[in-house]
Design a protein around this ligand. Structure first.
Ligand SMILES: Cc1cc2nc3c(=O)[nH]c(=O)nc-3n(C[C@H](O)[C@H](O)[C@H](O)COP(=O)(O)OP(=O)(O)OC[C@H]3O[C@@H](n4cnc5c(N)ncnc54)[C@H](O)[C@@H]3O)c2cc1C
Length: 462
């Protein structure tokens, strides 16, 4: 990279940065040695602890993902068309449930539309509450859940699940993602007595036939991406980046996909008020011999785990290609991801992760989901879920402070929004195209701020 030449850069080579790199043609500075950010697959042979970036020649390895199961939901038809042009994909119909381990009870997702799985007295109470107590008077997520689902369903599932999923923050943060848990009284009543139609944002989803890696790699092949370029400091006054190598690079405009809180820390910009809270996620990828009670669901929501996780997903229930070749036909093994949330800034030690992993394997064995674990591999997503305090203006002020310095935030973590892969690609394309336009036709820089596709937030995770 030439020093002292003012340039525009994209920070981060996850799906958002890669998309912006494609439409802008600008250099993408990426800390890691491969593209895709948390949307990256990797492989581990049974009994091994070594991560392989590619499937081995004999295909005898489990496929996992850095960020746990990443399925492509929703998305604009044009974005899906782009993805399908890049890589072959398959479409799957969602199979997911709430699992009450104490009662060994599975209730299909969403819970409120499948009340007939619960006992009669509970169903009667829930129906009464939904008919009478639903209101729009709430401030926090906890209040929103009570106002939407009533006290019985909250005591049973929504409270304990959200306590785990938000690492205890749910009574202090604003509600998220009402659209992912839609309450339709017609569906609730139908589901109390008979089969209800599948609903929600992820009824069907796509996944690349050869793994998520292939999508990131093919996108990266169309970009000017510079690996091993970790930014450690940004001097906005002099418009200068410092890399972990010690190299300094001047810039005039940055398109950043890095988390908003990290950008504020790295630039040292003053933003009044306390930074918004976030949660980190510890993903435990497990390859194991399949237990007798292992369900066929793609993922389960867990309100009552002893070891503290809130979701268990089964990669290989989505597609057998996540298993070592020799197990694909018999399906006598299973490839699993387990998610546990931590309040941002509270990372467990290596020893704590080890103890937790042992506890999880034991719990899954007790449930009969697995027998012998052949691979147990943890990954850490530092900024995974971004939250807001009711009434807080920190996010808007932080984005504004960066924009004033020619730094435009784009994507899920950068803009502090809930957003899936398809929408991240869309935002990356849009922002990259604006930057290119800005370069060639002198479109005023504030045009870039139109990249504000704020998504309605989530209640049960992506
Ligand atoms: C637990 C979880 C599950 C999810 N499941 C789904 C799902 O099933 N389906 C779905 O559609 N979406 C899902 N998502 C959302 C999805 O992960 C995001 O939409 C997507 O990954 C956003 O991509 P990104 O490029 O903006 O960010 P990232 O993937 O985080 O990319 C940022 C990039 O910046 C790089 N970087 C970071 N710091 C620096 C630095 N200092 N210098 C240089 N480079 C740096 C990183 O290495 C990374 O490559 C999930 C998210 C989470 C947290």
């Amino acid at each position: 990279m030439k020093r002292n030449q003012k340039q525009k850069f994209i920070l981060g080579g996850g799906v958002t940065g890669l998309s912006a790199g494609i439409t802008s043609g600008l250099p993408v500075l990426e800390a890691a040695l491969q593209p895709g950010g948390i949307c990256s697959s990797y492989y581990v042979r049974p009994g091994s602890q070594t991560r392989l970036p590619e499937a081995p020649a004999d295909d005898e390895a489990y496929r996992f993902e850095i960020g746990g199961g990443h399925w492509i939901f929703g998305g604009d038809p044009t974005i899906l068309h782009f993805i399908q042009n890049m890589v072959p994909v398959k479409r799957y119909s969602r199979r997911s449930a709430v699992y009450f381990s104490g009662k060994n009870l599975y209730v299909p997702y969403p819970l409120q539309n499948h009340l007939r799985y619960l006992d009669e007295e509970t169903v009667t109470r829930v129906l009464q509450e939904l008919a009478t107590t639903v209101s729009s008077d709430f401030v926090t997520m906890k209040e929103w859940l009570r106002a939407s689902f009533g006290p019985t369903l909250c005591d049973l599932f929504f409270d304990p699940f959200h306590d785990l999923y938000t690492a205890g923050l749910y009574d202090r943060i604003a509600p998220q993602d009402a659209y992912k848990s839609p309450v339709s009284m017609a569906q609730v009543i139908r589901g109390a007595f008979q089969e209800a139609a599948a609903v929600g944002y992820n009824v069907t989803f796509l996944y690349p036939q050869n793994g998520l890696n292939q999508l990131a790699q093919r996108m990266a092949a169309q970009c000017d991406i510079r690996y091993n370029h970790r930014i450690v400091a940004i001097d906005p006054a002099n418009r200068r980046l410092t890399l972990s190598s010690g190299d300094r690079v001047t810039y005039d405009t940055l398109l950043s996909t890095l988390p908003l809180n990290r950008m504020i820390e790295m630039t040292g910009l003053e933003v009044p008020g306390e930074a918004e809270p976030y949660t980190s996620v510890l993903v435990l990828n497990i390859g194991a011999k399949r237990g007798q009670n292992c369900p066929t669901d793609h993922w389960l929501y867990n309100p009552d785990t002893r070891s503290g996780f809130h979701r268990v997903g089964f990669y290989s229930n989505v597609d057998a290609s996540f298993l070592p070749q020799s197990a694909r036909r018999s399906q006598d093994r299973v490839s699993i991801y387990i998610e546990r949330a931590f309040v941002g800034g509270s990372k467990p030690t290596a020893e704590e992760v080890k103890q937790y992993a042992t506890a999880v394997v034991q719990e899954l064995q007790e449930w009969g989901f697995i027998t012998e674990a052949e691979v147990v591999d943890p990954t850490w997503i530092d900024v995974a879920y971004t939250w807001s305090r009711p009434g807080s203006t920190w996010k808007a002020q932080a984005l504004h402070a960066l924009e004033e310095q020619g730094i435009y935030q784009v994507g899920r973590y950068a803009r502090w929004v809930f957003q899936g892969i398809a929408d991240s690609i869309k935002d990356g394309f849009y922002a990259g195209a604006c930057l290119r336009e800005h370069e060639t036709h002198q479109v005023p820089a504030p045009m870039l701020n139109h990249n504000r596709v704020e998504q309605a937030p989530v209640s049960l995770g992506d």
